[in-house]
Every structure is written in C-alpha cells, then in structure tokens.
Design a protein around this ligand. Structure first.
Ligand code: SD4
Length: 294
C-alpha cells in the first residue's frame, strides 16, 4: 500500500482489532478532544475486550500462567510514560499515562507498577480469561519448548483537529514468554516514538528485533531526514534483514504517520499478513500492508 494523504483528524492502528479501537478514538476526536485522550480511549477499549488474545484482559499468559502487560504513550511534545510487566490491572495504557503525568519518571515495572496503579484508584482484577486459560492448558499439555511468537501489539497513532499527534502501544507480549520478559512495546524508541514536529511510529511483532535497532526511533529519524513514512520503515526493515544474513524470517511490522497526514504500514515478510486500520473524515478501512519482500 502506498502512502496516502488524508485530512485531520486521523487515526491509524495496527491489526484488525484496530478498527473498533479507532472508532472509539474517533468519537473523542470528532467531539474536539485531544489526540492523547483519543489514544487512551481507543487503546483502553481493546484492553477491555477479552476476545483480543494479545492485549489487556484476555491476553495470553507467560509460561507460569500469569498475564502481564506492557504499554506506553507519547505525546506531541515528546512527553512519555510506560509500564512494563504490569500485573492484575487491565488498563495498562491508563497506567502508562499516569506514570507520564504523575511522576517525574518514564517507566514503572512489575508489582511496583501495580501498587502505583492501585494508589491512583485503578482496580485490581484477574487478567486471565477462560479462553486464554484454556489455550495455556493446551500449550502446557503439548510441552511446547519455545514460546509461541505472537505479533499482535495494538499500536495507535492519532492526530487531532489541532494537529497534535500522540502514539500509544499495549500488549500482553509474546505468548507463553519467560516470566518477567518485557518486550519492545513499552520501550520508548523501540515500540513507539513521536518526534515532535515530524511524526510518529509504532511497532508490532517480535519485540527483541525492534529493540535491537531502536526501530520506531529510527523510522522517525528517517522521516525527520525527509524520507516518506514508507521509505523510513523500509530502511529499518532492511537493516533488520541485513543483520539476519539477508533473511526475512521473522514477524516485524511498523506503522508510521507524518504530521502532514501521510502514513504507511510495512512488514518484513508477507507471511505475517500485517494489516492496519485507518480512519479519517472521509474513510474507514482495514489495509493489507505491503511486505518488504514478497
Ligand atoms: C512484544 N511486540 O512483546 C510485542 C509482541 C506483539 O504479541 O506484537 N504482541 O514483543
């Protein structure tokens, strides 16, 4: 899919579950709300949907059977907040925003992040849905040695009517991951980045790959240097491929949006079947992203 122009407001999100999440974000934007509120609302709606097995309530657990969440948010000024390996709180993106707004820090992790969330009035709850518990039992029975690789982070970028951009990510991470593992999604520069005055990028796929190349930062830097979003993503995907001896054998996908409304989604390999959702004043669609190599 090539770059496209669009009018504001505008929301792009990863995967098909980005469609309903975009609609929720859109309601905030069309009422004149700021991009940060739109991203928080859109991502929260996905976190609260138990049918999504890679975000929030209903996400697949780690190898010990516990669901832990990673999330981050970054606004048009470069302010950011994140939470890693969050336990027993569904709305990870809200906790990330609280970290941004109520602390001098950027990231809180683990039980201390849960304590912080509870102190700020959030509710403690079970994150393991019956469906996810069943999938975990099946995984254990089959004695899987390797973590099943998921590739379904919700990454959302919104531009509001005033031209302010915001990016957010939320995921339960790789299914059946090692307990304590934190992926790229809450890592500013890897899972998401906003370059003030330029644009934003978000990632989905095997987080270890995004972290090694600071993928979202690198894409924003490419756009800052004048590359189109698609070219900027391609540059990073080519570097990941180069580091793997020219092989495109893993799930790595990015979505980027420039402040002028030009956006692109691109994936390393076609087998990932990466899709992204777009909503503008004139269109609402799910786009099949192109692959770097077909
Ligand atoms: C991670 N990028 O934790 C995420 C994975 C993902 O399953 O996209 N979701 O590495």
């Amino acid at each position: 899919m090539s770059d496209e122009s669009a009018k504001f407001p505008l929301v792009v999100s990863t995967w098909s579950f980005g469609m309903p999440a975009n609609e929720v974000a859109w309601r905030v934007l069309s009422a004149g709300g700021p991009a940060i509120d739109a991203v928080e609302a859109g991502v929260t709606s996905c976190e609260e949907d138990p049918s999504v097995d890679s975000v929030g309530w209903g996400g697949l657990p780690d190898s010990s059977g516990e669901v832990t969440l990673d999330a981050a948010i970054m606004d048009h000024t470069g302010r950011c907040g994140a939470v890693g390996c969050l336990h027993r709180i569904r709305d990870a993106i809200k906790v990330a925003r609280l970290v941004m707004e109520r602390t001098p820090h950027i990231m809180l992790v683990g039980e201390n992040a849960t304590t912080f969330a509870l102190e700020h009035g959030m509710k403690q709850t079970n994150l393991l849905s019956p469906q996810a518990a069943h999938r975990y039992d099946m995984w254990r029975q089959h004695r899987a040695e390797d973590p099943e690789v998921g590739h379904d982070t919700l990454g959302m970028i919104a531009i509001d009517a005033a031209g302010r951009i915001c990016a957010g990510t939320s995921t339960s991470g790789i299914a059946f991951k090692h307990p304590g593992r934190v992926g790229d999604s809450p890592i500013v520069g890897a899972g998401l980045y906003v370059w003030p005055g330029v644009g934003a990028a978000v990632a989905t796929g095997l987080g270890e790959e995004m972290m090694k190349v600071c993928g979202s930062y690198a894409i924003c830097d490419g756009m800052r240097r004048g590359l189109a979003p698609r070219e900027a993503i391609a540059e990073v995907l080519k570097e990941i491929r180069r580091r793997h001896g020219g092989k495109s054998d893993r799930d790595v996908s990015f979505l980027a949006l420039r402040l002028d409304g030009i956006y692109a989604g691109l994936t390393l390999r076609a087998a990932t079947n990466f899709t992204y959702a777009v909503i503008t004043p004139s269109q609402q669609q799910l786009v099949n992203a192109a692959a770097l190599i077909l």
